[in-house]
Design a protein around this ligand. Structure first.
Ligand SMILES: Cc1cc2nc3c(=O)[nH]c(=O)nc-3n(C[C@H](O)[C@H](O)[C@H](O)COP(=O)(O)O)c2cc1C
Length: 142
């Protein structure tokens, strides 16, 4: 999804990286990650490699964890809030159909109102055909 949107907008792509792994590898369980996210625990994230203030738009994309924004993205937005460009797009993915909360949290933690938003369910991604929605989302940001 991120690669598709970046390609459509001829944009640079940067992944949020945490200091220590925050995923299902490295001995962490779904329960650890879900409770951590639910309790609002924020992992330490690495500083972005790119100079965020040099861009005129940022598109933020992340999965939903514990019915909210995945904690690595939440930490990234909180830490880089002052450096983000003023125009933004936001997309999220989840197992359930209620993506609105993760998208609202992206706006809350970045301090930017998204010019376009898109939520996709895992089911839709696996079934294919999501590229059309991703392209329409990118079009709304041009
Ligand atoms: C720790 C954790 C918590 C999750 N919590 C939720 C949730 O509350 N609701 C939901 O619909 N999906 C939840 N999911 C599923 C992810 O949102 C879904 O697998 C994700 O969109 C896949 O994106 P990714 O491949 O970029 O990780 C969770 C996944 C993980 C790893």
């Amino acid at each position: 999804m991120a690669e598709c949107v970046a390609r459509e907008l001829s944009a640079d792509l940067e992944a949020v990286e945490t200091e220590k792994p925050v995923d299902l590898k490295d001995g962490q369980t779904m329960k650890d990650l879900t409770f951590g996210a639910w309790l609002g625990k924020l992992p330490k994230v690495k500083p972005p490699k790119k100079d965020l203030s040099a861009y005129d738009m940022v598109v933020v994309g992340a999965p939903m964890w514990a019915f909210g924004l995945a904690s690595p993205m939440r930490a990234f937005l909180c830490e880089n809030r002052g450096r983000l460009p003023k125009k933004a797009g936001a997309f999220s993915t989840s197992g359930n159909p209620f993506g609105g909360r993760a998208l609202r949290q992206m706006e809350k933690y970045s301090g930017i109102k998204a010019a376009a938003k898109l939520h996709l369910r895992e089911k839709e991604i696996k079934a294919g055909g999501w590229e059309k929605k991703a392209k329409e989302f990118a079009d709304r940001l041009r």
